[in-house]
Design a binder for this molecule. Structure first.
Ligand SMILES: [Zn+2]
Length: 180
């Protein structure tokens, strides 16, 4: 019995899951750290897999009765400058509220968005077994710049010379990963 408990605790540490609605309604909170190396989709766009992000997820219910998760992530990651393809330190500072909705609610929301109205907060599907790290990864991905670039002056690319290099950047990324 005791053994089983320890195993469970370890599992929870590695990949936290929450019953999102229950978590929100009871105002629960979890926080922890995750290595960038554990976030495969994020890793795809990073110049370097090293680094750790700290996160907090706080559940709650707003005045309108909507269950939500307040998600905070802080840390540093290394993106790839789209001009010179070198590393670019990028501070991750995520602080966002996600409303929890069932599928019907999400579908209704699609209609609203299609009608051109903007929602104040993003919504995600309420899930009894929400993978917290997957959710964080998604939110971080959405928050990152699509084409990160060094400030003018800090960039090593000479103007106009990099068009060809940019084209083969995915392979350059792979080659670099393999040689490390
Ligand atoms: Zn650059």
């Amino acid at each position: 019995m005791k053994r089983r408990k320890i195993y469970h605790a370890r599992l929870m540490y590695a990949r936290p899951f929450i019953d999102s609605l229950d978590f929100a309604r009871n105002g629960r909170k979890i926080s922890g750290e995750v290595r960038l190396a554990e976030l495969p989709r994020l890793l795809d766009i990073l110049e370097n897999p090293q680094g750790i992000l700290s996160y907090t997820v706080q559940g709650g219910v707003d005045k309108q009765g909507n269950s939500f998760l307040d998600v905070g992530v802080v840390g540093l990651c290394r993106l790839r400058c789209q001009r010179c393809l070198n590393g670019l330190d990028y501070p991750v500072r995520l602080d966002t509220r996600l409303l929890l909705r069932d599928q019907t609610g999400l579908d209704a929301l699609d209609d609203i968005v299609a009608g051109g109205e903007e929602e104040e907060f993003d919504s995600i599907l309420a899930d009894t077994h929400l993978n917290v790290l997957d959710m964080l990864e998604e939110e971080i991905l959405l928050s990152l710049p699509i084409a990160p670039k060094h400030e003018a002056g800090a960039c090593q690319a000479a103007d106009g010379k990099n068009a060809q290099r940019e084209e083969k950047s995915p392979f350059a990324v792979l080659a670099k990963l393999k040689s490390n």
